[in-house]
Design a protein around this ligand. Sequence first.
Ligand code: SF4
Length: 468
Amino acid sequence: MGGFFGVVSSKDCVADLFYGTDYHSHLGTRRGGLAVRNTNGFTRFIHNIENDQFRSKFEDDLRKMRGGQGIGVISDYEDQPLLIGSHLGMYAIVTVGAVRNADELARKAFTRRRTHFSEMSGGAVNPTELVATLIDQEASFEDGIQNAQQAVKGSCSILLLTAEGVYAARDRLGRTPVIIGRKDGAYAATLETCALPNLGYDIERYLGPGEVVRITPDGVERRRPPADKMQICAFLWVYYGYPASNYESINVEVVRNRCGEALARKDDTPIDLVAGIPDSGTAHAIGYANQAHIPYRRPFVKYTPTWPRSFLPQDQSVRDLVAKMKLIPIREIIEGKRLLFCEDSIVRGTQLKDTIQRLYECGSQEVHMRPACPPLIYGCKFLNFSRSKSELDLAARKAITELEGDGSGPLEEYAKCGSEKHCAMVEIIRKRLNLTSLKYQELPDLVAAIGLPKQKLCTYCWDGTDSG
Ligand code: SF4
């Protein structure tokens, strides 16, 4: 999906930009990019980060970068930032989101406006360039941003580095967050607030859905007010947000603890210990263990010295191998025990199946699984959320295929917790994973753990509700 970070400072901003962008590395696996602006113009670097950390790739570039204003990005797909020359002046742009109607928008641009795109890769238009083209159709940056966000189906948050300062724009429905940080003499715009404290920034404010601000060394000026309607991605709190981050003033780690507590309140399975699949299941498991007054232990530890980030090689068999090599079982904690694992979610379930098998090989007596969210039934169509390539690969959809003969079936029935079809689907997943028991979090409990009204959250991947 990707993440971004921008800085406007009365001094040189490069160090803050470098570390602030690096703190978004968990959100993307393919490209990293930085752009700074000074009185001589723009300097920009883009690197492939598929097999290397962002920091090691950019360290040498830092000496060549000077400027008080900059933007950076970790991108899951396209090269960014792009440098654009237009009637609005020269600017750099980064985006986070998904342009689902890119082909249609590109066709319109070709036929109606006879425009061209230069950042073609594999025959496809770079979505960030497409957004820049939509911005350039209007007379000002704020009107252009509005034009782009209204045209895009999916979601689109934007940072622009311009001669007038940095523009920060949150997606029209706020699917991804944008937060403004402040310290003496500098402002930051970030997706993850975990980027702020170690750089000395405090949270200044959370942008509302569709809100646009312009940041200069003198302050933050609102250029478009926030809309009422919000559909922030609930999965940010469950899985892919960073534990030390807050969105809408709600901390990720605290929500994960509450998810585990909610699971424990509805469970009386006799077990010896609670564990999380590292790292994303850990906070949920701590919540469960504390609520149930059952010891939290670590049957698996992660080998971090050489597997520091969860990069995703294209080849599935290599991905499975990496997942296996990272987790080391501790037989002394596993043997003869009834283990209960909390996990953020079950996506495809293939790696999880291997992980569970290894527990039995180490002598576990029982393995119970408690995912922190309901079964994933619908593929995300609002973010480039890359955990599963096809909707039909989802563990829940494979189970529905087995029950119905194809993956479509009455999906709303399967999404309904407690329904006959839902229980049959869960039972198939349990058997496939060779679990002693499997109980998913119910959606109302997940919503309560987050603490926002349901109508402000996107819950599409669980219940198919699309209020966009
Ligand atoms: S569909 Fe799921 S992953 Fe996508 S924005 Fe909605 S809650 Fe997030």
